[in-house]
Design a protein around this ligand. Structure first.
Ligand code: CTP
Ligand code: CA
Length: 214
């Protein structure tokens, strides 16, 4: 299939790791499965896919160019370096905060547990939406544990993206094999039945083919 031949699509996937000191980090439960499945489905349709991956233990899908990163700042730089792109699907569970420290390993001691000072990471998706090199189709994900559709709808408007794929991560979605998502667009909300992450990826890739053909 070559429905996406000649098009460059950027995908981010996985968590980011934010160092606390040289031996410790902040992370989240993202496995990267959903993002990797999307990269595979887009490549199978003929797109040139750049997959920017946080630390995960997954094989690179066939035909995909993979860039490994660790932190949110590295992911932001890798996204910028991969532009221009016709579409971008930012699936990564980017850490919202990084630790303002590093340096030497923190030692136990008489002064008690350390206090970690957090600073907010840049919002890669919102930054891409404002960029002069904004891809024609920009798709974000939303990880929510409550008021899923309301939060996702607000995120779509706030971040100025075309679609938000909302998933309820209060269950076993993060790290699990299946996903139940809602596609939020300017036309409204489409709720898909729970299905394997590969099936979500196939269906989303088909929707992307349609959108880029318009
Ligand atoms: N995202 C990003 N950069 C960040 C945080 C999030 O690019 N620093 C992207 C994610 O890849 C996803 C979308 O923004 O496509 C939404 O991520 P999410 O964590 O659900 O939203 P946040 O805006 O971080 O809001 P919150 O976590 O407070 O719900
Ligand atoms: Ca977040």
């Amino acid at each position: 299939m070559s429905a996406l031949a000649g098009l460059h699509i950027l995908v981010t996937a996985g968590p980011t790791h934010e160092p606390i000191d040289p031996v410790r980090y902040l992370a989240n439960r993202s496995s990267g499965k959903q993002g990797f499945a999307i990269a595979a489905a887009l490549a199978a349709r003929g797109a040139r896919v750049t997959l920017i991956a946080g630390p995960v233990t997954l094989a690179t899908p066939t035909g995909v160019t993979r860039v490994d990163v660790e932190t949110a700042l590295e992911m932001e730089a890798a996204v910028a370096a991969a532009l221009p792109a016709d579409a971008a699907v930012l699936v990564a569970a980017v850490a919202d905060w990084r630790v303002d420290s590093a340096g030497q390993k923190i030692k136990k001691g008489a002064s008690g547990p350390p206090v970690l000072h957090l600073v907010e990471n840049p919002d890669i998706l919102a930054g891409l939406a404002r960029s002069p090199q904004r891809p024609r189709l920009l798709v974000g994900f939303a990880a929510e544990t409550e008021h899923v559709i309301d939060h996702a709808t607000a995120k779509r408007v706030r971040k100025q993206v075309d679609w938000i794929v909302a998933n309820d991560v209060s269950g076993d979605v993060m790290g699990g094999a299946a996903n139940s998502v809602h596609i939020v667009t300017e036309d409204g909300v489409e709720s898909w039945a729970r299905m394997a992450k590969e099936a979500v990826a196939e269906r989303l890739a088909e929707r992307i083919v349609q959108a880029l053909a318009d």
